[in-house]
Write a protein that binds this ligand. Sequence first.
Ligand SMILES: *Cc1c(COP(=O)(O)O)cnc(C)c1O
Length: 386
Amino acid sequence: MRATRAIIHIDSLKRNIQLIRKRVGEGRLICAPIKADAYGHGAAPVAKACLEAGVQRLAVATVDEGAELRAAGINAPILLLSFPMPDEYESVVSLGLTPFVGDKALAAGLERAAASLNARDGAAVHLKVDTGMGRIGCAPEEAAELARFIASLSHVRLEGVATHLAVSDSLKPEDIRYTQEQIRRFVRVIEAIRKAGVDPGVVHAAASGGVLLHEEAWFDMARPGIVLYGYTPDPALAGLAPFEPVMELVSHIVYIKQVKKGESVSYGRTWTAPCDTTIATIPVGYGDGLNRLLSNNYSVLIKNKRYPIVGRICMDQCLVDLGKDGAACKKFEKVTIFGAKPACTAADMAEILHTIPYEITCNINKRVPRVFEEAVCEGCGRARRT
Ligand SMILES: *Cc1c(COP(=O)(O)O)cnc(C)c1O
């Protein structure tokens, strides 16, 4: 197998789910966001592990992502979080996806698609209300009327009502007040829908931030994404629960050489050896999703010690200065790029790149094989790899 691979620790994923389950309680539904190939972890195996761990629903962003899960034999309800194009409506219905709906045109289009397909159960939809995220969804004052319209359709049924919170992961007092105002608006929307004689079904609002900080946002279902994968939406929340990184990006040293003081390595000659040293070549680069801005700006982990990436990161390779420890690291030694516990995480890398861990794991691309690892039995240490 290729030296560079992403090990997906299924046991860690399942423990993260148990932490979320404990937090929101047994009585609530958990919907696992599997969008963007499960934040880069591999959609179908992650979805299956989530369902094994008791998650009741899945969510994707695109119709193609929903089709991939269905093709993998997954029958669980799948929420579609982004609005589809008209030429995708029939696929939404035939795949049995549950789309967010934010206007009459989409509801009516799904009604026509379901009617023309003669779909047995029609299409379940969730009404998406924009209470302050400013992205998709109807205005709060339109929600009751839209709910009534959906309830009047014969092939489309209202199965839930949802909103999304803009700053639920922030500890700033003004952001907490904003989130509380979004929740109040949402509660008023739900009351108005009930008053209009329509059952709102499954009511939901909380992503990871809401799960961690706003109990009033839990309603009937939570949609925690990044915490499933072992990170918090904001580094300030990392202490709230012992979530474990699920993706471990590893590579192996494939070449070792001595470099003399004053010699340079890699494109652009951005690094010159300050003294005689040992340089290792690692076959991972920006073509795999290792951001080029980390050139001369990040350290990898080898045998529990950090070593700096020196010179420019290339498309397929980068260089690491082993320094005086050169002799301690052998060719084919394992190198962890991120995802080891507790040091060297995607959150550390994200901080250096002024981004969030979501983008780090999502950007590890298809060229990197995913190895799904799970203990055969708890505690015995034996692992199954697929
Ligand atoms: C991505 C997404 C989530 C999950 O967000 P996290 O911050 O990863 O928990 C939940 N709800 C919606 C609508 C989303 O788009």
